[in-house]
Design a protein around this ligand. Structure first.
Ligand code: AMP
Ligand code: AMP
Length: 342
């Protein structure tokens, strides 16, 4: 560390989620890259030709034996949505190698109560939380802790229905949250805030392709009832969205307030780099935010060649992966790398 030459550094990530655009983005910015893959999962990184180097591990636990080597090679790790899932929250917290993005903010993002406090303080509209199953007097979505990628959520309308589904799907003692179900369209807003330029950017938006929420409508209502399907939200892919232009001022404003508020949480440098607000927009155009993701989200994957918004702002195809690499590159060149490291 300490040099201002980008050739002395390597941008790395784990092989899954949004690794392809992170690697491609590093290369497009003229930086070397490296991907760490689970053995047998190297194919996309080889086939698409985006990785300068592929390191395979037998189990994710073996990653930690590599850390010293990665430190010696000035490797900067870019965490993504699968990062904590693969390496474990505790160990990621005590990671010693260089890591892009704030670590402290992850505590606020991953604890439901802290997350809610942060978003409320930022003045966002949030879905109501119901304290206990007996309070269910409307359509609610029940989210089980650790239900990754929407897998394991379910929608119910009464306490009886709640217990029936819970008994079937989660007979053991589990942690969950009961949220008012907001009728509207889902919208995932992808932001980027650079501590170097101090500017908040809207990179792109997506909606998700979920099984079987996106498939129930393919059969008649009678068949839906007869086959006794529960709505589930297992993520399969992501679909690009461009919003009504008149919504943009509000979206900028929401992102800005979340960044501003993060600086007051006592969480180190606060929120920076890529982040996403996960929202549902109602017919009255109210925007309810149900979650924040403080890292690159996979919804940015359709935009490896840039989005309609980045096309307006940049004269090169700017993916979120590339935007991260550019932030790192600018920080190195200015001798301010510590500004972007967690
Ligand atoms: P994977 O690497 O695909 O096994 O995913 C690991 C975790 O990353 C999942 O449990 C999800 O929470 C998240 N994830 C993966 N792909 C996506 C996606 N396309 N959109 C949103 N989240 C995702
Ligand atoms: P998540 O995995 O948390 O991003 O959410 C999975 C899916 O649940 C998303 O497609 C959302 O549209 C949906 N969802 C989550 N919370 C709510 C809510 N309060 N009201 C309506 N839909 C929701």
């Amino acid at each position: 560390m300490g040099t201002k030459n980008i050739a002395d550094y390597i941008i790395a990530t784990l092989g899954s989620h949004s690794a392809l655009q992170i690697l491609k983005g590093a290369r497009d910015e003229g930086m070397r890259n490296l991907v760490i893959c689970m053995e047998g999962r190297e194919r996309p990184y080889k086939s698409f030709g985006v990785a300068d180097e592929i390191i395979s591990v037998k189990k994710w636990k073996d990653f930690w034996e590599l850390e010293e080597k990665l430190i010696n090679r000035n490797v900067i790790m870019v965490p993504h949505g699968s990062f904590v899932a693969y390496l474990g929250a505790d160990r990621v917290g005590s990671m010693r190698m260089m890591q892009y993005g704030s670590k402290e903010i992850l505590k606020w993002e991953s604890d439901r109560h802290l997350e809610r406090e942060w978003l409320e303080r930022a003045g966002l509209l949030l879905p109501r939380i119901l304290e206990k199953p007996e309070d269910i007097d409307r359509t609610v979505i029940v989210k089980f802790h650790g239900a990754g990628g929407g897998f394991g959520y379910f929608v119910v309308r009464s306490p009886e229905q709640f217990y029936e589904v819970k008994k079937k799907k989660y007979p053991q003692e589990v942690d969950y949250v009961i949220q008012e179900y907001i009728v509207g369209v889902p919208l995932y807003i992808h932001y980027f805030y650079s501590p170097i330029t101090k500017e908040l950017e809207i990179m792109s938006l997506d909606k998700r392709y979920e099984s079987n929420a996106d498939s129930i409508g393919r059969i008649r209502a009678e068949d839906q009832l007869a086959s006794n399907i529960y709505t589930s939200y297992t993520i399969v892919g992501n679909i690009p969205v461009v919003v009504r232009e008149s919504l943009l001022p509000q979206l900028f404003d929401m992102g800005e307030r979340v960044v501003e508020e993060s600086k007051k949480l006592g969480a180190g440098k606060g929120l920076y780099g890529p982040f996403s607000l996960e929202a549902v927009v109602t017919r009255k155009l109210e925007i309810f935010v149900f979650e924040i993701s403080a890292r690159i989200v996979a919804g940015t994957n359709p935009y490896i060649e840039g989005s309609p918004y980045t096309a307006l702002k940049y004269d090169v195809p700017m993916s979120t992966g590339r935007r991260i690499a550019r932030d790192i590159k600018e920080a190195i060149t200015l001798g301010q790398l510590e500004k972007v490291l967690g």
